[in-house]
Design a protein around this ligand. Structure first.
Ligand code: TEU
Ligand code: CA
Length: 547
């Protein structure tokens, strides 16, 4: 397997708005991130993925860009980003920017022009269609509820928006759109960044016959078909062109956020023989909420690992900014909070692929308690709220649901210490703060000898010192067992065994004879021994070296 720096790296996702506020306006900023570089270095991460930091009216917190060449004012300015890149580099940390290519903000000058007249030079930058007998061009739905088409008075046509009405989809068939983005990418790469996370990337190619195709409404009356929106024939040509025009000149990493990924498709996108992206994120895995189960997780992992083993690279994560705190979804009791947080970390760092940490995971941040709809910020979450009420849910049920699953749960301010506003800001933060910041915070975690933070540090340095965790082959045992996750990683003579209890109860683990002679490397409990059988304690995760 080819060695590459990004295979060995550990990546840390920063949601700037909620990370650290340096100037006391209640909003996290780039200078705030720069001031926390020593903390990130201490943790041991190699790359910071910065969620979109470009100018934006923030209808979708930066995923609606109005100027790809400017930093959004609330986050600072270009000098701040350059200082971050420079000071990070001094610490051997790289910066990954998050690029939104499927859509812009409706306040982007291109769209402002585009909507002015049918013969405007920017008209064709977006996807405009005539109405169908006074109605939308077709019945496509947007991910953020309602039709995917928005009527525009000025020219009497509709524009397509796969996400919110404030996020019109770009027309990638237009050569000039593509050329502009190649320039944008070059601009940032020349500034010294290490690559891109490409947002919702496999939606950029639309079906050729749009808007002819109509959809069968699903049981909720929705007409969203990701199968039809994503991976359309010709999509890969756009990415190949990015390679040709831009990427091939740089030693960078790219990670594409992709919907509707089968293992085969994932391999097609990351195949080392003809790489489109270095890695992909499997959106469906990231979005599993109420329907998350461990057997399912194991099965998806298995299928992807097997396929990518043919010559691609995997990504590992348990959390991002689009999903409530996984730890709270898995267990709402305090009892095994530390063990569970560590177990999830062990998974992400020992399964094949590059590990991604989402801010706050390393201190075990949990869901907060939102008491009314006004406390929520996210547009999708608010829409879900009103939709549930319309469907007859009570307010209490709806709040419970959103408290458990909403994206806003991942966006509460980072908990640095137990002072007012968790040390995130000197003033009331833009977003609700979790009540538990007095006990769950960086300051107290760092003092705990066997805390969550210390375990993340241990895993990261273990992976750095032992290529078996990076390049080792994967063999799974007890595949059908929903309580245990057991696998080996093997590289040359070195073979490591990982044994994980996925439940909050003790689980007997029968040991194969060939595992009798093993050495404890790292675990989230004190070491235990036993030759043929051990009982894994609640959420226990152990890494052993076999001989
Ligand atoms: O998310 C992508 C995303 O939401 C879809 O790809 C997903 O398939 C769909 O919602 C299915 O439920 C990215 C960002 O991570 C997110 O924060 C943004 O809101 C979104 O794109 C729009 O830019
Ligand atoms: Ca600020």
């Amino acid at each position: 397997m080819n060695k590459r720096w990004w295979k060995e790296a550990v990546i840390y996702q920063i949601y700037t708005r909620s990370f650290y506020d340096s100037n006391g306006d209640g909003i996290g900023d780039i200078e705030g991130t720069r001031r926390k570089l020593d903390y990130l270095k201490e943790l041991g991460v190699d790359v910071l993925w910065i969620s979109p930091c470009f100018e934006s009216p923030n209808a979708d917190n930066g995923y609606d860009v109005s100027d790809y060449g400017k930093i959004q004012k609330e986050f600072g300015n270009l000098q701040d980003l350059q200082a971050l890149i420079r000071d990070a580099k001094d610490r051997d940390i790289k910066i990954l920017l998050d690029l939104v290519l499927n859509h812009t903000s409706d306040e982007h000058p291109w769209f402002v022009e585009s909507r002015k007249s049918k013969d405007n030079p920017y008209r064709d930058f977006y996807i405009w269609r005539k109405g169908n007998n006074g109605k939308e061009p077709n019945n496509w739905g947007s991910f953020f509820k309602g039709s995917a088409w928005e009527w525009d008075e000025t020219t009497g046509e509709y524009y397509l928006h796969t996400f919110s009405t404030k996020q019109p989809d770009l027309n990638w068939e237009n050569k000039e759109v593509r050329r502009r983005f190649h320039k944008i990418m070059k601009y940032w790469l020349d500034m010294g960044i290490a690559g891109f996370r490409l947002d919702a990337i496999n939606y950029i190619k639309k079906p050729g016959n749009l808007p002819d195709s109509t959809l069968e409404p699903d049981e909720n009356g929705c007409c969203i078909d990701t199968e039809l929106y994503a991976n359309n024939p010709g999509f890969t040509d756009f990415i190949r062109e990015m390679h040709q025009q831009v990427w091939k000149e740089y030693d960078i990493m790219t990670v594409g956020e992709c919907a509707v990924l089968t293992p085969e498709r994932a391999l097609e996108y990351v195949d080392e023989k003809d790489t489109l992206f270095d890695m992909v994120f499997n959106v469906e895995l990231a979005f599993k909420r109420e329907n998350f189960t461990w057997p399912d997780f194991k099965q998806t992992q298995r299928a992807f690992i097997r396929e990518l083993d043919k010559g691609g690279w995997n990504s590992q994560f348990i959390q991002n900014h689009d999903i409530a705190r996984r730890i709270s979804m898995l267990s709402d009791t305090e009892q095994y909070h530390t063990e569970l947080a560590k177990m999830l970390a062990a998974l992400v760092h020992t399964l094949p692929g590059t590990p991604y940490i989402y801010q706050g995971e390393e201190i075990g941040m949990t869901n907060a308690r939102f008491h009314s709809v006004d406390e929520f910020d996210d547009l999708f979450c608010r829409k879900e709220y009103y939709e549930k009420l319309e469907q007859g849910w009570s307010e209490e049920e709806t709040l419970d649901y959103l408290n458990r699953y909403s994206r806003d749960q991942a966006r509460t301010p980072m908990q640095w210490d137990d002072t007012a506003y968790s040390g995130f800001s000197m003033v009331k933060p833009w977003m609700k703060l979790s009540e538990n910041y007095r006990t769950v915070n960086v300051q107290s975690e760092r003092k705990r000898k066997n805390g969550i933070f210390a375990f993340y540090q241990a895993l990261i340095s273990l992976r750095k010192a032992n290529p078996v965790l990076v390049y080792g082959s994967f063999q799974e045992y007890m595949e059908d067992n929903g309580e245990l996750y057991v696998y080996t990683r093997t590289l040359g003579e070195v073979s490591w065994l990982v044994t994980i209890n996925l439940t909050d109860m003790g689980q007997k683990l029968p040991l194969l004879p060939k595992w009798a002679d093993r050495k404890f490397i790292l675990g989230n409990y004190e070491e235990q021994s036993g030759e043929h059988q051990i009982v894994l304690r609640p959420y226990e995760a152990v890494i052993w070296a076999l001989s």
